[in-house]
Structures are given as C-alpha cells and as structure tokens.
Ligand binder design. Structure first.
Ligand code: SF4
Ligand code: SF4
Length: 235
C-alpha cells in the first residue's frame, strides 16, 4: 500500500487504522513503511482518507504473498482465503485427523503482531522430519514438505499478518513435536499459538494423557459438528 505524498494533507486520520503500525509520521507528512506493511488492505477498505491518497499498486511476486495471507478479500492460489484451512479446526468433512492421530496448527503472528516467513520457516524446518504437512495449506505450498525449507529464498523476508502451519503426527509423537517447538520458540521473533486436534474416543481426549504425563498443560476447546458437513472419508 502507498500514500500519495502529493495529495496527502497529513491529517493523520489513517494512522490508527493500520493493523501493524506501518503508517508513520515523518515530520508533518505521513508515509507507509513498506517493510512493515503486510498489504492487509484495511486502511484502503476503511475509506478513512477523505482525499483518496491511499492506493494499492499492483503487487508482484513475492510481495503479493503479503496480501494473499493478510487480506481476506484476496484469493490465495490454494483457494484457501487467508491463512489456514477451516477443516483443520472442524475436522468435519474430510476427517483429516483419524483416530490415533493428532493434528497441529501453529498460528504465527496473531494477534496484531505479524510474522515473516523467515520465522515460519524456522518452525517448518524443525518439524519436517516429525510431521506430515497438510497438502492444501497455504504455507505448505511454499515449502519443500520433506525438509521444511522455503522453495524460493526471496519469500523469507516477506511479512504477513499471520500464517498457519498445519500438520499431523501420531498421538505418541505429539509430545515430541511440542518439545521441538519449545526448543526453537526463543529464536522466533513473533507471537504464536499451538493448536492440537484430537478425535474424542469414549468421551475422552486420548492425547491428553500423553501431554499431562509430560507436564504440558492444555486448555480444552470443543468444536461440535452438527451435521452440516457430509463426511467424505471414513474415520
Ligand atoms: S495495507 Fe494494512 S498493513 Fe499496509 S498500511 Fe494499510 S493497514 Fe497498514
Ligand atoms: S488520511 Fe489520507 S490525507 Fe490523512 S494522513 Fe492519511 S493518507 Fe494523508
């Protein structure tokens, strides 16, 4: 996103609209820090500028990734709008996570901090040998799933509002995966949360006993399928 210095009056009204603090003051004029801007489109869509000084130039690769991951109005090549797949959280239609498996979602940059793909890659590289990455996830599309490395080095410096790594492993390996993430957490320069998804059996959450034993506290949330999705796979 850019601000037209010729027409901008310097009124500052747009500054608080930026999701990541990229609209900055330089003396009396206002500009958008291009390194910080994640191309979320909020400043433009809000129509806060009375003189139409905010504009969206055409984005080329790899900068276009910023908009694809940060602006819900921009379509991602995977067809997934935004950062991750809805199916990860509902496990509703495809039955992605079978009994004995644990799904993981690592949500980088939320809320309101943002992340670079360099930080996302630290996690995908550390996880690669231990998990199976979800095929239709926007982050997976950018990496070599065997090594977790970004396929295009230029992507590393791109910043987005958030990105979700989605993957799965066995219940027995769930603790190992969390330990790996704990090991690299100090090297990651943003906030992130960890979602673990496990199919209930007889009213219990099987992976919880492994996590409890390892001293890993989890907050249990429920997503209840009310039959709107028709399962396409056996569980
Ligand atoms: S596009 Fe988003 S990140 Fe960029 S300046 Fe506008 S509100 Fe801020
Ligand atoms: S709202 Fe428009 S005129 Fe005011 S500072 Fe922002 S870009 Fe400039």
């Amino acid at each position: 996103m850019i601000i037209d210095a010729e027409t901008c009056t310097g009124c500052r009204r747009c500054i608080p609209y930026c999701t990541v603090g990229a609209i900055k003051l330089n003396g009396k004029s206002v500009f958008i820090d291009q390194d910080t801007c994640v191309e979320c489109g909020v400043c433009l869509r809000s129509e806060v500028c009375q003189v139409d000084s905010i504009g969206q130039p055409e984005l080329s690769w790899p900068r276009v990734l910023r908009a694809q991951f940060s602006d819900p109005a921009v379509r991602h090549p995977t067809g997934v709008a935004g950062r991750g797949t809805e199916e990860m959280k509902t496990n509703d239609v495809t039955g992605r996570f079978k009994e004995g498996e644990v799904g993981f979602g690592f949500e980088f940059g939320r809320p309101g901090v943002g992340t670079t793909f360099a930080d996302v890659e630290k996690a995908t590289r550390a996880l690669a040998e231990h998990v199976e990455f979800s095929k239709d996830n926007p982050v997976t599309l950018l990496i070599d799933p065997k090594t977790g490395r970004l396929q295009d080095n230029r992507v590393r410096r791109e910043r987005v509002l958030s990105a979700i790594i989605e993957c799965k492993t066995s219940e027995e390996k769930a603790v190992e995966v969390i330990r790996i993430i704990q090991t690299i957490a100090g090297k990651i320069d943003t906030v992130f949360s960890v979602d673990a998804i496990n199919r209930c059996v007889d009213g219990t959450i099987p992976v919880k006993k492994h996590l409890d034993k390892a001293g890993i506290h989890v907050r249990v949330n429920g997503k209840t399928c009310i039959g709107l999705g028709r399962p396409l796979a056996d569980i």
